[in-house]
Design a protein around this ligand. Sequence first.
Ligand code: FAD
Length: 296
Amino acid sequence: MLTRLKKFDYLKPPTLGEALEILERYDGQVKVLAGGTDLFVGMKEKEISPKYVLDIKGTGELNYITYDSREGLKIGALTSIRTVEISSLIKEHFPFLSSAAGALGSLQVRNKATMGGNLCNAAPSAETAPALLCLDARVKIVSLRGERVILLKDFFQGPGMTTLEREILVEIQIPPLKRKGIYIKHSPRRAMDIAVVGAAVAVNEDSEGRWHEVRIALGAVAPVPLRAQRAERVLEGKRVDMQLIKEAARLAQKEASPISDVRASAEYRREMVQVLVQRALQSIAGCEFVELEEDV
Ligand SMILES: Cc1cc2nc3c(=O)[nH]c(=O)nc-3n(C[C@H](O)[C@H](O)[C@H](O)COP(=O)(O)OP(=O)(O)OC[C@H]3O[C@@H](n4cnc5c(N)ncnc54)[C@H](O)[C@@H]3O)c2cc1C
């Protein structure tokens, strides 16, 4: 059966300033449209039925990737996930962000879906969020009232909820860090599914093999994508070994608060946090992969 979308007015202003005016004018009745891969699904399922759909692609301003050694990486909110996946700048400086982008949906979805949309949709499983959290990413947000830049970890408020208020996320900023990192997505049913658990790990290793600025971030196991900070602290400043890695993975599991849903039970997700974090840490430490007792 053909599902009809509820009637809405489609607005496509030519500038960001006009888009912001529309957001103020129709407060509460308007939804921003980027790639539409989440928004239109939500409208079809009748989870949301905005009176106005505000397409920001007409502004032509937010599709770019730049890097400089002082400012770091900047990604415009309308940059597609596919562009991030294949960007040579991102592959060179933050290759695990490319892999996270490449793990999202199918090629068709990645061509449409945007970085800003992935974050603003605020799904706990948002594919790019764990890698960005590991990179201490910030987001630049604008409104008619001005602009603010906040840490990504403070942007998410709950499933589908962010700090945005009549605002548009315009840019993702990543400081120029030297980090080794990895993102592992677990979705047992099909490669194209959203993550049942996602785990990203990044570290800065000194010349003596000690780990600094350790970051462990998890997706799909809490109301928001989150950092496992107790686990990070166990490894900070240390030369890691298997015992420390196992301890950190166990702590990360404790920091997760997953729910059961159609895709996996809370218990399964909790198990998988430990498995994925251990694998990610081992991979960065260059330890051999051993079959984990807890593996499922
Ligand atoms: C078949 C399929 C498979 C998918 N697989 C995955 C997957 O594996 N992993 C994953 O994480 N996601 C997946 N998704 C979800 C979706 O593709 C991503 O979340 C995508 O990045 C959303 O981006 P978009 O540009 O399409 O957002 P849109 O649908 O345009 O917008 C999403 C939300 O963010 C708001 N928004 C968008 N941009 C901005 C902005 N700049 N400022 C303020 N608000 C904004 C919109 O109002 C809306 O509420 C999948 C979707 C489909 C249909």
